[in-house]
Write a protein that binds this ligand. Sequence first.
Ligand code: GLN
Length: 448
Amino acid sequence: LVEESYARIEEVDGEVQAFLTLDEENARAAARELDEAGDKGASLFGLPIGIKDNIVTKGLRTTAASQILSNLDDPLYDATVVRKLQKEKAVTIGKLNMDEFAMGSSNENSSFQATRNPWNTDHVPGGSSGGSAAAVAAGEVPFSLGTDTGGSIRQPASYCGVVGLKPTYGRVSRFGLIAFASSLDQIGPITRSVEDNAYVLETIAGHDEMDSTSANVEVPAYTEALTGNISDLKIAVPKEYFQEGVNEEVKASVRQALRKYEELGAEWEEVSLPHSKYALSTYYLIASSEASANLARFDGVRYGRRSENAETMIDMFKNSRSEGFGDEVKRRIMLGTFALSSGYYDAYYKKAQQVRTLIKNDFDKIFEEYDVVIGPTAPTPAFKVGEQMENPLTMYANDILTIPVNLAGVPGISIPCGFSEKGLPIGLQIIGKHFDESTVYRAAHAFE
Ligand code: GLN
């Protein structure tokens, strides 16, 4: 399998450009060792996996697609998720491209390369986990890990026609994840099927004493939830998810999916998430504020590549950051620093936190009556490379349907539900209650 994976990468990655770093020697050695030892019941025995490049891998280059980390060739430890995958005998094939520090929706913010959508290479794969979604869609690896702060697993999964889950906040340890916005970030699996996804989540989920925000909640056997029976399922469909800005082909595809749910015996009703119109602005205040604090450590001294063009200490800090960060990252740091500064904190950051609670309450209320919320994952299918780079606000709008889920901390999955006229995949988003990934998987699996 490892050989097949590298052969496929050799064949297609010149065009797709999903991988930033390959780990051929170590992966082959690990595979040989597994062959000799034999399968002793590990759930991911010998399966090749690709890891998003903001997840730390011991001894394997980890850059978060940023120039400031381009010299981090030899990290000292493995992220908890990587350790857990190794325990189940998955084999790391390499590291996957992303938008720099996970800021973006197209992979065009990577400081190394722009990954292409395998369905049509004139189009973006989505982001920020675009490399992770494209690698799975192109058959380079059977599964990968991505991260999702505002949609970065679900939106690229939707654009690339694969399955991507953002777990409940706290379900998966963030130890070893290079932080973007700590109160929103979650690591999750990107796979070809819902069943594969459930296997991977089962492996990586659970409490970790190295991450104080990881929850001490039992991890169920997710694969056992895939019964095919959803006759008791009550689905809420938010009317805000079909409003202007959502493309007609996407709406039609999701309505078709709802008809299939009816045929399978589930019931659905239209509901309202009244505060979702504030989600985008709330997210960009909170995420940027947290990013400005998290990225302060990359100063060329504690972390990050140091500028060679500096004579004074202050210039060394300034130049290391000016040279090391790309435009989008700088934009977020400035926005976040502004929102947190005295005199503006109450008007922006604090207000955003209050609105975040309203958005969470909207979901809590719906979940008193319904099991899942269903709508589109993204307002459009994959757009063309270069098309949205001019205007950051247009780019931010891609996440309008995924962001509320991160703000509320609930789990959400994207599964393929059709194609646009141009042959690009469309994704269906299924959102569940806190720590109820099982029902999300059950609903997703029955549709598949
Ligand atoms: N596209 C969003 C952003 O740029 C979401 C990113 C993410 O989920 N990591 O912030």
